[in-house]
Ligand binder design. Structure first.
Ligand code: SAH
Length: 365
């Protein structure tokens, strides 16, 4: 028998559920308190009798995601969760503890249909969109990791212990703008129930133009990130099939329009890729000085920040990471051309933290 996922029930449905088990109504509130804090199972619910916890675990589960595996990076700041959904699909989410707060990287789909040539997430294709609850439960999983069974105190000026989720990046597996309405529903809820401010939320897209306009119409001052990865259509189409549908200029026009309309800086993601030549030497692919100049031409004069991303190696993919020197040369050209840029620190490379790597590994076993 399938277990009932209590997080998916309304308060009234939960009351009915406990009543049917012959329990008093107040048990529903107790259970809901725990679930809202991200309790992964019933064993942690200290104010319920032992036999009740046992009984509940036989017929129900707390969240619509269960932890299959967790990996802690030896940077001591990054934890990656492999989570299983109700139908057996697996997704990933990553908790990054930083000096400015705790950020969770959320998946928006199980798998991905976009087919980007450097990415692991898309190798097994798209399985399905995630629901609002499945995205929200990723945040709760991270929240439990940070705070555990400690009750949430309200600190008017922020939490001095820094143990709340403060930032959300929708940059995990999947293309959020193929699942826009659920992503919006999830973010509305994270904003209203967890108090995560719009300015600490980032949605990253490979460039689905109608979806970008949907975000603009939604009108919340979130951060938009565009996975650009190439400054000319010919090159971009080679590594990102979506570029055959929405061309660079169209994507950037929509993106500037969206970020300008809520007065936010646009984030551009640019993975620096190399290739092995016939001698096994790494040559620059999208990371040549010429492409740095082309990228500057596209962006100069706009309110943008370019995130240069070292490529996380994916064995199945035919690219190579480039030297630190080559990364800096690329960055220097952007800076010289007046384009804001920074190099994204690699996090959790040792735990397969790039999009979809863990899910892929687990699927091959
Ligand atoms: N589909 C969305 C969000 C998921 S990908 C998008 O395309 O933006 C999140 C970011 O990780 C994207 O910029 C993506 O291009 C990048 N990425 C994917 N595989 C990577 C890898 N192996 N190394 C580094 N970055 C990667």
């Amino acid at each position: 028998m399938k277990k009932t996922i209590l997080f998916n029930l309304t308060k009234n449905e939960l009351i009915e559920f406990v009543t049917q088990m012959g329990l008093p109504r107040f048990r529903a509130s107790q259970i809901q308190d725990w679930i809202n804090r991200g309790a992964p199972d019933f064993s942690v619910m200290k104010n319920l009798p032992n036999d009740l916890r046992q009984k509940l675990s036989e017929v129900a589960q707390t969240l619509p995601v269960t932890i299959v595996k967790r990996l802690d990076s030896n940077d001591n700041q990054t934890t990656k969760f492999l989570l299983e959904l109700d139908d057996g699909e697996q997704i990933e989410c990553v908790l990054m503890r930083t000096t400015y707060g705790n950020s969770v990287c959320v998946s928006s789909q199980a798998g991905c249909a976009m087919g980007c040539k450097f990415c692991a997430s898309t190798l097994l294709g798209l399985k399905r969109n995630l629901t609002v609850n499945e995205m929200y439960a990723q945040i709760l999983t991270a929240q439990w990791e940070l705070r555990g069974d400690k009750f949430k105190d309200i600190h008017p000026n922020g939490d001095p212990n820094n143990n709340d989720v403060s930032h959300i990046v929708v940059m995990g597996t999947g293309e959020p703008l193929q699942n826009t309405q659920n992503v919006i529903g999830f973010l509305e809820r994270a904003n209203s129930e967890l108090n995560i401010s719009w300015r600490r939320i980032t949605v990253s897209t490979c460039g689905i133009v109608p979806g970008i306009y949907e975000l603009k119409a939604w009108g919340r001052p979130i951060n938009l990130a565009i996975s650009l990865h190439a400054p000319v259509d010919e090159l971009r189409s080679q590594i990102m099939p979506i570029n055959n549908k929405y061309k660079l200029n169209e994507v950037l026009d929509a993106a500037f329009d969206c970020s300008d309309s809520c007065n936010r800086q646009l984030m551009i993601e640019y993975i620096l890729l190399g290739k092995k030549d016939s001698n096994g030497e790494t040559v620059l692919y999208n990371a040549t000085p010429e492409y740095a100049d082309k990228l500057s031409e596209l962006l100069r004069g706009h309110n943008v920040m370019v995130n240069l991303i070292p490529w996380n190696t994916v064995d199945e993919r035919d690219f190579a990471s480039i030297s630190g020197n080559a990364v800096h040369r690329f960055q220097d050209i952007l800076i010289k051309n007046g384009v804001h840029t920074r190099i994204r620190r690699e996090r959790g490379a040792d735990i397969g933290s790039a999009c979809g790597q863990l899910r892929l590994k687990n699927n091959k076993k």
